[in-house]
Write a protein that binds this ligand. Sequence first.
Ligand code: ACM
Ligand code: ZN
Length: 759
Amino acid sequence: MVKFLFSLLLVLPFSSDQPTKTRSTNQIDKVEQKMELIPYPKSIKKEIGKFELTGNFEINAPIELSNEKKYLTNLLTDILITLPANKLEVNSFQTNLVLAIDPTIPDAENAEAYQLKIQANELRIAGSSPIGVMRGIQTLRQLIGTNAYASTKQLAIALPCVTINDAPAFPHRGLLLDVCRHFFDKKVVFKYIDALAYYKMNVLHFHLTEDQGWRIPIAKYPKLTEISAWRTEADGSIYGGSYTTEELKEIVAYASERHITVIPEIELPGHAQAALAAYPHLSCAGGPISVANDWGVFKEIFCAGNDSTFVFLEDVLTEVMAIFPSEYIHIGGDEAPKFRWEHCDKCKKRMTDEGLNDAHELQSYFIKRIEKFLNKNGRKLIGWDEILEGGLSPTATVQSWRGMDGGLEAARTEHEVIMSPTSHCYLDYSLAAIDLQKIYGFNPIPPELEEKFHKYILGGECNIWTEHVPNEQNLDSKVFPRMIALAEVLWSAPKQPNFDDFYNRLQSHYSWLEKQGIAYGMESIGAQIRFEFQEDSIQIHLDKSLSNLTLKYRWSEKDEFQAYTTPIALNRSGILEVQAFKAGKIYGNPIKQTISTHLALNSSVTYSSEFHRWYAGTEKKNLVDGRIGSLDFRDGTWQGFFGRNVEVELDLGKIQSISKIACNFYQYSNSWIFFPSTVEVSVSKDQKKWSETRIFSTNSIDLSNKKRILPVEIQLNEKGKKLPARYIRFKATNIGVVPNGHEAAGQPAWLFIDEIEVK
Ligand code: ACM
Ligand code: ZN
């Protein structure tokens, strides 16, 4: 029986002004209304009454829960005042906490299942295993609420009586952290592990090696930390670093206390330029090679024909396994250009000796050899979906990133799958591409996957690649709050509450994030500009990204913003600027879309070459929707053609007087996007006789990493006179393959176009 010495013990939070009984009761009522838990538990049964958590607690736990007992003890002593014995009544003022292993709780077959039962005289967390107990402690941590983490400790915290039964939908719920493109020290990693724990994520996918830096010491190969960990930036400065073995062990231990698995990723055969800079004899051409100082996919990869490569990698993996006890080891496998292998005598000999038909089969041989080694050491291999190419290793787990198709194929052949498609899980992408709601709509099980294969989908991860994430604040703003949406999806799918419900609960989590020192970012960009094509007009809809926003828009910086109420007819050129407001305050940056009206607006377009579904824009209207592209090639206005030309015919509906055709192309060598070699147009009144053929040579391939837009304007009549035409044939010739001198030379090139303006 809990008895109180002072009436002020009920107050939450503890403050210097004298509390009253009435006030404390109000506080408790408030607690009872709020169950702002994320991820939302499977079942919550609220009961009458309350439980008093005080600093003078006793935790009753069996020996196998000593880790959880210690964790909970530390958690509570951090926030509660422990009164000295002489201030307590004899045998009173004890909070009774019980931690238990209980195989009779619901979903007990799931090691992460737990039951949190709060009664007036006892708080009990039972798990089917210590892991479940830890998940339950995290729920308690959220129930305690943010206020408890005040700078002053509390005397008591009131909790509502409740029974929560809970278990996750997916066993693999992770975050990939790239510490190579930019390095983050162990304190940041601890902060992330703790936030993962709070949101019941259970995997930190630790991306430790890259072209731009190697971050794990390997005793047998000291140059990996002496040379591979450091790069010389374009401005001459030196950037880099690595963890010590001791630090990595601390990270593993910190995660392990919270029952989070750290899965290390050692990239092979590609994304290995930093290692090859230190040990160039492991490359096909022998070097010299330097640690990369820009972003991209590089052709220097481990030589598959050289046995020393496998000796090196097995040595490395042996030391990696000694630090990381995880069952799974990630070996990358993505984005390995085959150029070097195709021109390497050793690699060619390996292909002949092993009866391999092409470089993809050689990669498959490479991965299978590493897989055998890991399996022999009792570990399992995870690789990116490229490991499907050339034949999948028998026991490999596939992490699907280029959409869900790789995962679909792997699951259908009874391989385990982790889903992290670029469409929903890439937190390095802008909010315009992936916002909170988009992630909340993620389902790691592809709808077309037959039920019997669902069990192979282990779960998902969100990935934070850090090319453009130079510091901790930047990292926080990209990961939060978006990661929290994924945490709920993976724990609760497919029965997660709706987005609005999640969004409302999330609001109360921001103060907790602040107290953790997490500089969280925005939830969405506020508004989307959506085009609706009707028979004879285009309507612009402004969709607010969150239900509690209002929107205003204007066509020019000189205009006043006006409230958006009904769709806007597209009948003028300009820069449409949309600003969202939340509770009367500006929410996020304005969204801008350059619009050009022209004679082909909304006309019918017949494609004789296919655009890629990843960059479809408004599909068959994209080239005539009036939207002009920005320097962000993922802004949705650009249409991408992969290894193909743009070949279309426009029908203006009737004969019009035209004088010129204008369009823009995009170039960004890093992403294999190049200007076309030529642009060709011809016009016709009747689709039979074609005339006024004009060819424009662009001749401006640029291998630098600059993002550029090339405006092309083709005058149809030299004298500037207009000419009658109804049909327009348009062809932009793709350069075909990525040019020589580029790391991905020979791979299909992208051609990007935004609009075909007819004037
Ligand atoms: C990846 O994003 N290259 C896995
Ligand atoms: Zn080779």
